[in-house]
Each structure stands twice: as structure tokens, then as C-alpha cells.
Design a protein around this ligand. Structure first.
Ligand code: SF4
Length: 303
């Protein structure tokens, strides 16, 4: 049951991939991003280098100026706002189709939330942690068809699961192209029907839709969270497909996990792995036809 996956195209803060581009000349790396490298097409970018800042460089910061946010280098009294905004806008205009963006947290350029925002240009100015980096701000406005996360968000198993499911789903959708045959579109709708059901979108809302109507629903689903009741129903349905083949012990164990007080991400991954084992052992087409049980390459399995 070897499933092939289209590689998602992901924009990544270059420093998360050990690029020597940080302000202090140091390098860092991120385990998840490094793992993703083999399964996705990563597009590294360091906006600070792109606008001509060197390595090492004096620190820059976000400064509040009336209702606007400036990017400011205190040591040289340099306002970098226009350079960074112009670069970022052009970057996203030119980037083409992408499925996700992973940005370095806390950075005045790449941080998507809770970045230090100083209340003046003064050296000893106070700050609050409610700023958004200038490049990150363009990334967040870029498209609601693209998921954006920081490397810290992705340390959380729920966020990671959601991110991976989304990027591989949109990459697969890109692959069928904007004018798929009816057969291809129906096959895609079937493959992703359980994932959309888990997100609260019932099958009769998605089956046999035109490409554009389906595309709208699919991309809207990126904003939704999976619903425990619906996930429960999908696993019950899976169990019913195999019930006649399973021993009473297998059924009991599965039901006990499924009915445990909270369907945590760990339990969901465990149940999913069990269903995949049954699919291999008893060879049923239904599981192979549902991306819910195999939403991304198994090499990226986590927890
Ligand atoms: S956080 Fe962004 S701007 Fe800063 S070093 Fe990393 S990629 Fe470059």
C-alpha cells in the first residue's frame, strides 16, 4: 500500500536550516524543519540578508510609530522599514505557488507573533511582546490558501499534525491542476473526504462539486480545527470495515482507545497506525482511498 505524496513547497526562514545568516553570525537548526527537508521542497530565505544587512550586523528592532510599525537599527539610527516592506511584498508577488511558510519566532523580521515592539526609538525604550515582524506580516497577508507557522508552533503535536495535513493536502490538490478531468477531481474528493469530514465539512457538501466550488471549500478548511465527534465516527466506520476479520481482543483494544475520555493527538495517531496495519493485513480498498489514515509521508510521523 505504497502511497506517493506530492512534495509541498514551503518557504522557510533560512536560519532554521543552519544557514549562517543570523545577526550574531551564529547558526541554529530546527529538528522538524530538517526532517521536512527530504519530504518537501524547502525555499529558504533570509530577508535581512536580502535587504543588504551583513553578517554579523547590529541588532534591529520593531518600534511603534503612531499606528505604524518601524524596523529600526538603533546603532546607526537607520530606518529599515521601507527596504524590508518593499522586499517582502515583491518576494511574495514573485514566489509562485506555495503550500506553507515556516518562520523563525521572536525575530523583528520573521516573527509571526509576540515579537518585542518598542514604544520609541530611544535606547532604553519600554516594549511589549505584541509585535509582528515585517516579513512575517506580509507572509500572513499573502494568502489564506497557505498555512503559516513558527518553528515554536510546530513543536506542539496538534499544530504539527494540522500543518503537515494541510501542506500535503494542498500540494496534492495543486498536482491535479486547475483543469482536472472529472474522474481525477472525483478521485481527489473521495481521497480527502474523511479529512474534510473530520473538519466538520460533510461529504454531501463536497462530492461532485465543480473544481472552483470544491477548491473554495478545501482552502476554507485550512482555517478549521478537527472535531472530536467526527473523528470518532470515522474510526468507528473504519472498525466496521474490518470487524469481521478481527479478534474480539483487537476490537476491544481499539474501542477502548477510541472511547478513552479525550481523543488526544497521541490516541488519534495510535488508532490511525492500527487501521493502517489492518489495511495491509486484510487489504481493503477503503482505507487506501482515505488520506485521513495516511495524510503525509510516514517518515514524518511524530509524537
Ligand atoms: S530570523 Fe529571518 S531575518 Fe533573522 S536570520 Fe533568520 S531568516 Fe534571517
Amino acid at each position: 500500500m505504497k502511497q506517493t505524496f506530492e512534495k509541498p513547497r514551503i518557504v522557510v526562514s533560512a536560519c532554521l536550516l543552519s544557514a549562517k545568516c543570523r545577526w550574531d553570525g551564529d547558526t541554529i537548526s530546527d529538528q522538524f524543519v530538517t526532517k521536512l527537508k527530504r519530504q518537501a521542497k524547502l525555499i529558504p530565505v533570509c530577508p535581512e540578508i536580502e535587504i543588504g544587512l551583513g553578517i554579523p550586523r547590529d541588532p534591529i528592532r520593531l518600534v511603534k510609530n503612531r499606528n505604524k510599525t518601524e524596523l529600526y537599527q538603533l546603532s546607526n539610527k537607520l530606518n529599515l522599514t521601507k527596504r524590508m516592506t518593499d522586499f517582502s511584498r515583491k518576494y511574495f508577488e514573485d514566489i509562485g505557488e506555495i503550500d506553507g511558510i515556516i518562520l523563525k519566532s521572536k525575530s523583528p523580521t520573521c516573527g509571526i507573533q509576540k515579537v518585542k515592539l518598542f514604544d520609541s526609538r530611544e535606547d532604553k525604550a519600554e516594549f511589549e511582546r505584541n509585535g509582528v515582524g515585517l516579513f512575517a506580516s506580509e507572509a500572513l497577508n499573502y494568502s489564506d490558501q497557505v498555512v503559516v507557522a513558527s518553528e515554536v508552533d510546530l513543536q506542539n503535536a496538534n499544530n504539527r499534525e494540522r500543518f503537515l495535513t494541510s501542506i500535503f493536502m494542498t500540494a496534492a490538490f495543486r498536482k491535479i491542476g486547475p483543469s482536472p478531468t472529472q474522474k481525477k477531481l472525483l478521485a481527489f474528493q473521495e481521497l480527502y473526504s474523511s479529512i474534510l469530514i473530520a473538519l466538520g465539512i460533510t461529504k454531501n457538501k463536497t462530492s461532485k462539486l465543480s473544481y472552483s466550488a470544491y477548491s473554495e471549500i478545501l482552502y476554507q478548511s485550512l482555517q478549521l480545527k478537527q472535531n472530536a465527534k467526527n473523528i470518532h465516527a470515522i474510526f468507528e466506520n473504519a472498525l466496521d470495515h474490518y470487524r469481521d476479520d478481527l479478534s474480539s481482543n483487537d476490537i476491544e483494544r481499539f474501542e477502548s482507545n477510541l472511547n478513552s475520555s479525550r481523543l488526544t493527538i497521541e490516541t488519534i495517531l495510535k488508532l490511525r497506525a492500527t487501521v493502517l496495519v489492518w489495511a495491509v493485513r486484510y487489504d481493503r480498498a477503503w482505507v487506501r482511498e482515505q488520506a485521513f489514515f495516511n495524510p503525509y509521508p510516514p517518515e514524518l510521523n511524530h509524537t
